[in-house]
Structure formats: structure tokens, C-alpha cells
Design a protein around this ligand. Structure first.
Ligand SMILES: Cc1cc2nc3c(=O)[nH]c(=O)nc-3n(C[C@H](O)[C@H](O)[C@H](O)COP(=O)(O)OP(=O)(O)OC[C@H]3O[C@@H](n4cnc5c(N)ncnc54)[C@H](O)[C@@H]3O)c2cc1C
Length: 449
């Protein structure tokens, strides 16, 4: 058999593009790979996977570069990067799109919008559709249309196996259905290299968006009103709330309603009547404008970051709300926040074991975030995030696998709940030699205990 050769656009440390090519969205865990291969076609992916195995080289898979813990980077090994494979083919007659795994959300939203169609997905345009989908995919259309993975029909994946050591396989509800189940929430990087994703699409035109801002003095009343409202209101309304540091002193609720502004105004009454909002607006916009509104530019820029998160299954008692307020009053800097997004609706209509995404009963997904400029401030920021996680843990469950945190010791339960065992079975079947691994990857059965 002929020896494998790397093909595609290859970047090495002496290349002028190396810095740009190796840098991910989170600058706080830098890594220095010895090569990055930007695959142009499936054959390049197959060649790369053969090459790493033949040369016993460590490697990681990368697309949109947004892994919070930089699981898509490695020191000294190879990065197999699919971001230049990003073609999208829409089949309007059957309302599906085949999206190559390198497309980011900005490209996906723009191209589908040209057909008056969309998928429910995340807010930041530079996030990769593949990393987002494999972990679930939460966004501003989750309540009417479900998670991104709930709209997935099929994937193509290069797995480690076959007589060449790498083979292209397909997974959907009928073929390799166990792998397909695992790819709907099991997280990126675990089973193989996804090269394309086919989704069911939804028609979309105008939507109504809103924003309500309160001052710090309304912290308790604003959050309490939002948590009783957001997961239970009309399914066509998905919203988020950002609890900012005391230094900024704002609580901001925003969302998208697939419906008219007059109906949204009525729905929002419990929020508008809570405390004394300092700014309230509602407008009707073409959906693509709503996408741009929620695409915060700072999220797309590489920065020093630490994040973690959890799910809320029962509304927070007053004590938990006061604890969040206290944590934000003692935040390490003004940009530290707690962010929450409403779930249920279509997300909650699927049983917890029907896909690998486990936390179907959650009312809210939440994220704890800090961003800082001086590298010396890293420890105090990490400490604060872990303090938030520990303080709120009596009131929360698990963590969304797409908000991974290396400090979570029992991460298998935190990310996957009771679905972990089945995920290990799938791993054992499709990657028994554990070719695909990183700090919190799903291990095959034999190696675990
Ligand atoms: C600013 C920001 C905003 C975010 N907003 C949202 C949001 O609105 N909703 C939401 O649900 N999540 C959100 N996330 C989390 C996001 O879903 C995850 O970080 C996701 O894993 C990113 O995927 P990626 O392709 O961009 O990242 P990458 O770092 O390239 O990859 C992420 C993981 O997937 C693996 N992977 C990459 N490509 C492939 C492939 N082709 N095949 C198999 N595995 C692969 C990697 O090895 C890695 O483990 C956000 C993250 C950030 C940083």
C-alpha cells in the first residue's frame, strides 16, 4: 500500500501565515502545532487521517476555532482544519441543505436567507456550524424549531478504519443510526472528522425582536420576571438575558419572536411591567437583520477568555438570585457576565435519550463568562468563573458540552447525564483504538476503567 501524503494547503511554523493559522478564538490557552493542513476536499481529510496514524502523530480537528478550551488545538502535532471546505447546496424543492463542515454560521445564515430559509443555530457568525451542531446548537430560534442537531438529517464522516486506515461513511436515522444519534449532542472531535451536514430547513421572512434594559436596582425583580416568563411563554418567542457586572450595572433581556410586533408587545407585558425598565423597544425586521443584531462583534474577535456553564431545571429561589447578584458585584472586571437563554418549546418535546443531547428538561441554559486583557489577570478570572459554578451548583444541573470547562471533574455526567454509557458504546464501535482524543473526549469502553 502506498504511504500516505498530506494534501491540501499546509502551513508550518516558518510560514508568514502561521500565527494567524494557529490562533483560535480563546487566546488564553495558546498551542503551537507543527503543521496545519487546510483541507480543500474530502480526499485531503482522508489523507491527513491516514498520515497521522502512519506517522504516529498527535492531531486535532478544527473548523470554526471556537472551542472554549481549545480542544481543536494541539502542541507539536497536526491540525486537520476543514474551514476551507464550506460549500452550501440548497435544495429548495425538498427544503434541505447540504453544508460542508467548514462553513461558519454567518455564511450559513446568509446563503439560506437568499432562499427565504434557515436553520435554528447560534448567534456568533464566526462559530463553525459543525462544532455547534455536534454539541447540540442553542440559539434564538430554539423554541420554535429545536436545537440545530434536531434539524440534522445526515452527516458524512471520515472515520479511522477500513483497509486504508481512513474511510468515508454516512450516518442518518437508517444507516449507522447509532453514530447519527451520538452526533446529535455528543460533542465535536470524538468519533471522526465530519465533512458535511445535511439539514432540514424552515421558511423565514420577517420576525419581531425586542430589547429591555433594567438598572442594577432592578436585578432581582427583572431576573425573577424573566425566569418565570421566558421558558413558558409562546413557543415562537426565544429570549436571552444578560446579567452584567455591577460596574456596568445593567440587566438586558432580548429575543426573537416569529410573529407580529403587536403580539410580541402583549406577550412581553410581564417583563415590561417588572421593575422600572430604562429602555424598551420592539421592532419588526427581516430575519437576516435579526441575525446581525444578535451577532455581537466582540464574540468573534480572539481574546483572553474563560467560560463555563450549566442548565437550570427549576426556577431559581430568591437566595440563588441574590447569590448571582453578589457574584456580579464582586466580578474580576466590568466585562464578566452571567448569560442565560430560554429553552423548552421544541427542545423539550424530544425525550432525553432520543439524541445524545441530554438536558431536554432544562428551562434555561446558562453561561458564565469573563474576558480580560492583561495576562496577569488570568488566575483571578478563572477563580471567579469556578466560584460562580460552585456557588450556583446547588440550583443547577450539568453543563452544555459546547460550554466545556476543564475544571469540571465529573465531566461525563455533567455533559451527557445518562447518555454517557451509550456514547461510550458508539465510541467503542466506531473508534475502538481511540484515535480521536483530547482532554475531555469520550473514551472507548476497554480503556476507561
Ligand atoms: C463567541 C462564541 C459564541 C458562541 N455562541 C454559541 C451559541 O449561540 N449557541 C451554541 O450552542 N454555542 C455557542 N458557542 C459554543 C460553540 O457551539 C462551541 O464552541 C462549538 O464547539 C464551536 O465549534 P467550532 O467549529 O467553531 O470550533 P472548533 O474549535 O473548530 O471545534 C470545536 C470542537 O469540535 C471539533 N470539530 C471541529 N471540526 C470538526 C469536524 N469537522 N468533525 C468533527 N469534530 C470537529 C473540534 O475538534 C472541537 O472539539 C459559542 C462559542 C463562542 C466562543
Amino acid at each position: 500500500m502506498k504511504k500516505a501524503k498530506l494534501t491540501g494547503r499546509i502551513v508550518t511554523p516558518d510560514d508568514p501565515n502561521y500565527e494567524q493559522a494557529r490562533t483560535n478564538n480563546n487566546l488564553s490557552i495558546p498551542k503551537f502545532p507543527s503543521k496545519i493542513v487546510f483541507c480543500q476536499k474530502t480526499k485531503d481529510v482522508i489523507n491527513a487521517l491516514r498520515w497521522v496514524q502512519e506517522n504516529n502523530e498527535s492531531f486535532r480537528i478544527r473548523s470554526g476555532r471556537h472551542s472554549y478550551e481549545n480542544f481543536s488545538l494541539v502542541n507539536e502535532g497536526l491540525i486537520i482544519d476543514v474551514s476551507e471546505m464550506n460549500n452550501i447546496v440548497v435544495n429548495s424543492s425538498v427544503m434541505t441543505a447540504r453544508i460542508e463542515a467548514g462553513a461558519n454560521l454567518g455564511k450559513v445564515y446568509r446563503e439560506l436567507w437568499e432562499h427565504g430559509l434557515t436553520i435554528p443555530a447560534g448567534t456568533e457568525s464566526s462559530v463553525g456550524v459543525v462544532g455547534l451542531t455536534l454539541g447540540g446548537g442553542i440559539g434564538m430560534l430554539s423554541r420554535p424549531f429545536g436545537l440545530t442537531c434536531d434539524n440534522l438529517i445526515e452527516i458524512e464522516m471520515v472515520r479511522a478504519g477500513g483497509h486504508l486506515g481512513a474511510e468515508l461513511i454516512t450516518a442518518n436515522k437508517h444507516t449507522n443510526s447509532d453514530l447519527f444519534w451520538a452526533c446529535c449532542g455528543g460533542g465535536g472531535g470524538n468519533f471522526g472528522i465530519v465533512t458535511s451536514l445535511t439539514f432540514e430547513l424552515h421558511p423565514i421572512s420577517n420576525v419581531s425582536i425586542f430589547s429591555i434594559t433594567w438598572g442594577w436596582e432592578d436585578f432581582e425583580v427583572a431576573f425573577d420576571a424573566w425566569q418565570h416568563f421566558a421558558p413558558h411563554t409562546d413557543e415562537n418567542l426565544t429570549s436571552q438575558i444578560e446579567l452584567k457586572s455591577k460596574e456596568v450595572g445593567e440587566i438586558v433581556a432580548q429575543g426573537i419572536f416569529v410573529g407580529s410586533p403587536s403580539k410580541l408587545k402583549k406577550l412581553l407585558r410581564p417583563l415590561r411591567n417588572a421593575g422600572s425598565p430604562i429602555n424598551v423597544w420592539i421592532k419588526e425586521v427581516p430575519y437576516i437583520k435579526a441575525v446581525k443584531f444578535f451577532d455581537v462583534p466582540s464574540g468573534n474577535q480572539p481574546a483572553l477568555r474563560k467560560r463555563s456553564g450549566s442548565f437550570i431545571e427549576r426556577t431559581f429561589p430568591k437566595k440563588a438570585i441574590m447569590e448571582m447578584k453578589e457574584l456580579l458585584a464582586n466580578a474580576p472586571n466590568r466585562d464578566a457576565t452571567i448569560w442565560q437563554q430560554s429553552l423548552r418549546g421544541a427542545v423539550g418535546q424530544i425525550p432525553s435519550n432520543s439524541t445524545a443531547y441530554y438536558y431536554r428538561n432544562a428551562l434555561i441554559a446558562q453561561e458564565y463568562l469573563t474576558i480580560w486583557e492583561d495576562p496577569e489577570e488570568e488566575q483571578q478570572n478563572i477563580r471567579w468563573i469556578e466560584q460562580v459554578r460552585n456557588t450556583l451548583s446547588p440550583y443547577t444541573v450539568g453543563d452544555y458540552v459546547n460550554f466545556p470547562d476543564l475544571y469540571i471533574k465529573d465531566w461525563p455526567t455533567a455533559y451527557y447525564g445518562r447518555n454517557f454509557r451509550r456514547l461510550r458504546d458508539v465510541k467503542t464501535k466506531y473508534d475502538p483504538r481511540n484515535v480521536f482524543q483530547f482532554a475531555q473526549s469520550i473514551p472507548p469502553s476497554r480503556k476507561w476503567l
